[in-house]
Design a protein around this ligand. Structure first.
Ligand SMILES: NC(=O)c1ccc[n+]([C@@H]2O[C@H](COP(=O)([O-])OP(=O)(O)OC[C@H]3O[C@@H](n4cnc5c(N)ncnc54)[C@H](OP(=O)(O)O)[C@@H]3O)[C@@H](O)[C@H]2O)c1
Length: 229
């Protein structure tokens, strides 16, 4: 499968490396290819510059957002939440009816830490993206755990913990569940239509507090419930 990953941060990199390892072709999207390749400084999270990561992952291509999107059969949104709708809207037709896996979270850092949610309760970033791109098959997924765990659930508890999908299109959700299973997720949990992305995104304030208390991002949700009859 050909994947386009919009975003060169730790989420984009984690999925690009894992997808390549699984034999997929990956093109990552960035604002300015030359600038991203020329950067020699770690990002705000202390991740090494992209060029350094790319040396270890030479099979991954890098292109401008719209060009990367054209290369992908499935698109992954790993953009900063505050720019996601605007960037995806600009690409617009390039996304068309493709499956768009939305990993972004609507985190607003403008008033300091911890960040607040720029949208919640009555809508979500996943819904805003679906509204901006009505033809795209948006599936909210992976946003409830840290990047390294998203692509390798075996990092925790033998992989016996949970990941979700939310979206309006059953076929698109099946595509994303198949991807999650290929990463090692055992039973991806279908939360429902795209409005259920509200719940997945509103987990973030709790995620951030657990992260701060543990001082470690390597944790996740495990559902304990009676089997459905
Ligand atoms: N970090 C995690 O473990 C984690 C876990 C779950 C969900 N998430 C969510 O996943 C998304 C990606 O997170 P991340 O930590 O990998 O990266 P990030 O730092 O949140 O975002 C990086 C990407 O956003 C792009 N970007 C930033 N400002 C922009 C602007 N003004 N215009 C256009 N593009 C812009 C950057 O473009 P350039 O390539 O040009 O620099 C880069 O590709 C976020 O929404 C985050 O909340 C993160």
């Amino acid at each position: 499968m050909k994947y386009a990953i919009l975003g060169t941060g730790m989420v984009g990199r984690a999925h690009a490396a894992r997808l390549t390892e699984l034999g997929h072709a990956v093109t990552m999207g960035t604002q300015d290819v030359a600038k991203t390749m020329a950067s020699t400084r770690p990002d705000g999270m202390g991740n090494p510059p992209f060029s350094q990561w790319h040396q270890a992952n030479p099979a991954v291509k890098l292109a401008a957002f719209a060009d990367a999107t054209d290369q992908g059969e499935v698109i992954i949104n790993a953009l900063a939440g505050h720019v996601a709708v605007e960037v995806l809207k600009k690409i617009g037709e390039g996304i068309g009816r493709k499956v768009l896996i939305d990993i972004s979270n609507p985190l607003d850092f403008s008033k300091g830490l911890p960040p607040t949610l720029s949208v919640c309760n009555t809508s979500s970033l996943g819904e805003q993206i679906q509204q901006a791109l009505p033809q795209a098959k948006v599936v909210k997924a992976f946003n409830t755990t840290t990047a390294a765990v998203q692509v390798n659930p075996q990092l925790l508890s033998n992989g016996e913990h949970d990941i979700f999908v939310s979206g309006n299109d059953a076929g698109a959700k099946a595509t994303v569940v198949a991807l999650q299973k290929s990463y090692g997720w055992q039973n991806p949990f279908d939360l429902g239509d795209i409005t259920s992305a509200r719940g997945a995104e509103m987990f973030l304030p709790l995620w951030l507090r657990i992260f701060a208390a543990l001082d470690n991002p390597l944790f996740n949700i495990k559902l304990i419930a009676p089997a459905k009859t």
